[in-house]
Design a protein around this ligand. Structure first.
Ligand code: UDP
Ligand code: MG
Length: 314
């Protein structure tokens, strides 16, 4: 049996009421040109505004819209996961609702998919739309990540991408709770090509990612994809032990040769404070990983759906 839907477009939405109809218009004009049946899967990620009403209004006019309404805000990663779970297309596109990802790029993605690529990544041409601080922060993240991750994460690549059904199935089979999607997408592999796109400006609403959220996002990313920080403490501990042995020997020798005049309080205090600090950091890193294991073993669902508007009349 052939699949009745060729393309699924997955759109995570959080407080996007004002922009959704402009987004829809641009999406429709692009998808209409592809000459294949398609569907849009909108995920309303606990929006506090009229996003759901706007989506339902669109759905009352257009047949090919699915809406998944979350019981609360579960975050973009969960929203993308839900969208992909409900998408049935041969190829799935993940795109932001705020028009920062130009829908027109989908045409190029589709032509690359038709010529055999399994993943087509959207890469931002420049980051001038972002603040200097955010750009700096993200550059640091990628330079650390490429060195210590199990799999390389392509730089300046966000969630805007097209994936073949095989890839969607592979990603969907990973049900870990703490989802760093960029990492999961990279981890599954497949034949990947990159297309560049110009980041648009956000026309409506505000970005829901501030620097603090991004910092936590980076820590999440690092701890879900590498245990290097844990191993690092083994090396630091070994180096400090070696140093302490040498230092101890030096003190013993100097006491033997020159007698002991009970000096050394400053060095002792410094060492105690230093080692105390190092231990605390080490415990913190351990704690981070234990926390992740704890959250993961509870096996809670990644998201909870209040209503799922899939087939007409539901
Ligand atoms: N988004 C979401 N849940 C959230 C935060 C964001 O579904 O908790 C959606 C949002 O509606 C948009 C996309 O994720 O479609 C990107 O969000 P945003 O524009 O705030 O992020 P930025 O472009 O600044 O990375
Ligand atoms: Mg945005």
């Amino acid at each position: 049996m052939t699949n009745p839907v060729t393309f699924s477009v997955v759109v995570p939405c959080y407080n996007e009421a004002d922009g959704i109809s402009a987004f829809w218009d641009r999406l429709v004009s692009v998808m209409g040109d592809l000459g294949a049946p398609w569907e849009a899967v909108f995920v309303n990620d606990g929006s506090r505004d009229a996003t759901l009403d706007r989506l339902l209004a669109l759905r009352s006019v257009h047949q090919n819209i699915k809406i998944i309404d979350f019981s609360r805000n579960f975050g973009k990663e969960a929203a993308i996961t839900a969208g992909l779970d409900h998408a049935v297309g041969e190829a799935c596109v993940v795109i932001d609702a705020d028009l920062q990802h130009p829908p027109e790029t989908i045409k190029l993605m589709v032509s690359l998919w038709r010529s055999g690529s399994e993943v087509v990544l959207g890469k931002r041409k420049d980051r001038s739309a972002d603040s200097k601080l955010r750009t700096w922060f993200s550059n640091r993240f990628y330079s650390i990540a490429t060195r210590i991750f199990e799999v390389p994460i392509p730089k300046d690549v966000g969630d805007f991408r097209l994936m073949d059904r095989k890839v969607v199935t592979a990603v969907g089979n990973m049900r870990e709770n703490q989802r760093f999607m960029k990492g999961l997408f990279a981890w599954v592999g497949f034949k990947t090509v990159v297309v560049e796109f110009e980041v648009g400006v956000r026309e409506h609403g505000t970005s829901s990612f501030n620097l603090w959220k991004l910092l936590n996002f980076a820590v999440d990313g690092i701890t879900s994809f590498t245990t290097v920080p844990l191993r690092l403490w083994f090396y630091i501990g070994s180096a400090i032990s070696a140093f302490s042995l040498i230092y101890g020997a030096a003190i013993a020798i100097s006491a033997l040769l020159f007698g002991n005049a009970v000096p050394g309080y400053p060095s002792l205090a410094t060492l105690v404070a230093f080692i105390g600090g190092v231990q605390l950091i080490g415990i913190g890193v351990l704690g981070e990983y234990i926390g992740r294991v704890y959250r993961e073993v509870k096996m809670r669902p990644i998201y909870i759906v209040r209503d799922c508007y899939e087939k007409k009349g539901q």
